[in-house]
Design a protein around this ligand. Sequence first.
Ligand SMILES: NC(=O)C1=CN([C@@H]2O[C@H](COP(=O)(O)OP(=O)(O)OC[C@H]3O[C@@H](n4cnc5c(N)ncnc54)[C@H](O)[C@@H]3O)[C@@H](O)[C@H]2O)C=CC1
Ligand SMILES: O=Cc1ccc(S(=O)(=O)O)cc1
Length: 478
Amino acid sequence: MNVFPNLIGGQWLEGGSVNPNINPSNLDDVIGQYAQADAAQAHSAIAAARAAFPAWALSGIQQRFDILDKAGSEILARKEELGALLSREEGKTLPEGIGEVARAGQIFKFFAGEVLRLSGDKLPSVRPGIDVEVTREPVGVIGLITPWNFPIAIPAWKIAPALAYGNCVVFKPAELVPGSAWALADILHRAGVPAGVFNLVMGRGSVVGDVMVRHRDVSAISFTGSVGTGRAIAALAAERLAKVQLEMGGKNPLVVLDDADLSVAVNCAVQGAYFSTGQRCTASSRFIVTSGIHDRFVQGVKERLAALKVDDALLEGTDIGPVVDASQLDQDLRYIEIGKSEDAELVFGGELLQRRTRGHFLSPALFTGATAGMRISREEIFGPVASVQRVADYEEALAVANDTEFGLSSGVVTTSLKHASHFKRHAQAGMVMVNAPTAGVDYHVPFGGRKGSSLGPREQGRYAAEFYTTVKTTYIAA
Ligand SMILES: NC(=O)C1=CN([C@@H]2O[C@H](COP(=O)(O)OP(=O)(O)OC[C@H]3O[C@@H](n4cnc5c(N)ncnc54)[C@H](O)[C@@H]3O)[C@@H](O)[C@H]2O)C=CC1
Ligand SMILES: O=Cc1ccc(S(=O)(=O)O)cc1
C-alpha cells in the first residue's frame, strides 16, 4: 500500500514512520498508510512557512482569491467522494460526511470572497494636519492543530481565513483522520498555493504539535480539541507571548419548558445529542426539563431512539455511525457506569452492539434522574450519552443550564416569547438556540464560546479576521 506523504515546502515527503488509518465501522478495513512527521520535519515545515511568508503576505488579492475559490470549487465538486472518505475514517453517516465536505467547500468560497472585501479605515486625527489609517496585516506563520470529529470542516475554517489574510500555515491534523486532511492538502497544492505557504505535517500531537506550539517562528496557534491539551497549549503560548485561539469542550444544555411543542423538543434533543454519534463540541448532553412535560418528553425521546439505526456509517439508512475509536468508546462506557453508580437511571441504550463488521457500535444512552452535582452532568463525555434533569420552573432551568464550567452552545424549547427572549439574554454561552438543536451552525457567522469552552477571538465569518490579522494604525502628517 502506498504511503500518503506530508507536504513540506511544496514537496511531498515520506520519511519518519507511518500510521494506518482505520475505519471505525470495520476495524479490518485499513484505508491507507499515512506518513508521520518527526520533530525535524516539523521544524522544516515551520522554516518553509517562514521563508514563504514575506512574498505571500504581499501577494495580490486576485491570486489569493483564485486559489481559495478554486479549492472551494473542487471540494464542492467532489463532495460525494470526499464525504465517503470522511465517513469511512471518522464514522459519521454518509449524509453527514457529505454535508461536512460541502461546508468545507463553502467556507473556502466564503473566504475567497473575504479576500476581495479586505478593508481598512481612514479617519481624521484629533490633531490638525494629520490623517489616520487603520489597516490589517497578516500575523505570520500560523500553527493549526485540529481534532478528529470534523476532519475537513475544522481544518477548512482555520486554513481558509489564515491563507485569505496572507498568513502561511503549518497544519497538523488529528492522528485518527489523516485521509480528509491529506485530500485537502492535495487540493490546495494543485489549486496553486505557492511552495511553503501551506504545509501538512501529519504526526503525533506530543511530537509535531509540541514543536509547533513552542517554536518562536510560529506567531499564532489555533487549536480545537480537548480541554487538557488546550490548557497546556495556552500556557506554552503565553510563555512566549504567541497569539492563541482555543475551541474546546462543551456541556451544552437543552432547556425544555412545559409550554414547548413536544415534537420540536424531542427532535432538538435527539438531533442535538445523538447525531454524529454525539461527537460534537456543540452536542447537547444535558436535557433540563420542567415537571409538566418531563414524562412525555422522556417517553418521546425513548421512542425516537428506539427507531434509530446504529450501524456502518456508509450503509444507507444508518442514523448513527460508530464511536470513533476504542479509547473514545472506553470513555463513553466509563461514563455510563459512572452515571449508574451516581444513581441516575439508565432508561435507554448504552449497550455495545454487534453488527456485520467489527466496529465500535454503541446504542444511544439516555439517563433520567440526573442532578447538577453528578459527574455525568458536569463533565464532557463526547459520545451518544445524555441525561435528563427535572426542574420546577423556568428560573430553575436557567440556573441549572448556566451552572457549568463550559459555555459553548445553549438551547431552549418554548412557545413563550417572554422566556425565549429572557433565555437569549441570560444564557451564558457563545451560541444560543431557540427551538433549534444546540448543534447545527452556519458557516458564515461567528463560532465560539465562553468560560472554559473557548479562548481568544471567534472563528468563522468576518470575525475570523480578529485572530488571523494584526491591526496597524498609521499617522500621516500632511
Ligand atoms: N471540543 C472538541 O471539538 C473536541 C473535544 N475532544 C475531547 O477530547 C478528548 C480526547 O480526544 P483527543 O483527540 O485525544 O483530543 P486532543 O485534544 O488530545 O487532540 C486534539 C489535537 O491536538 C493534538 N495534540 C495532542 N497533544 C498535543 C500537544 N501536547 N501539543 C500540541 N498538540 C497536541 C492532537 O494530535 C490533535 O491533533 C475527547 O474524548 C473529547 O472529550 C476531542 C475532539 C474534539
Ligand atoms: O467544523 C466544526 C463544526 C461544524 C459543525 C458543527 S455543528 O454540528 O453544526 O454544531 C460544529 C462544529
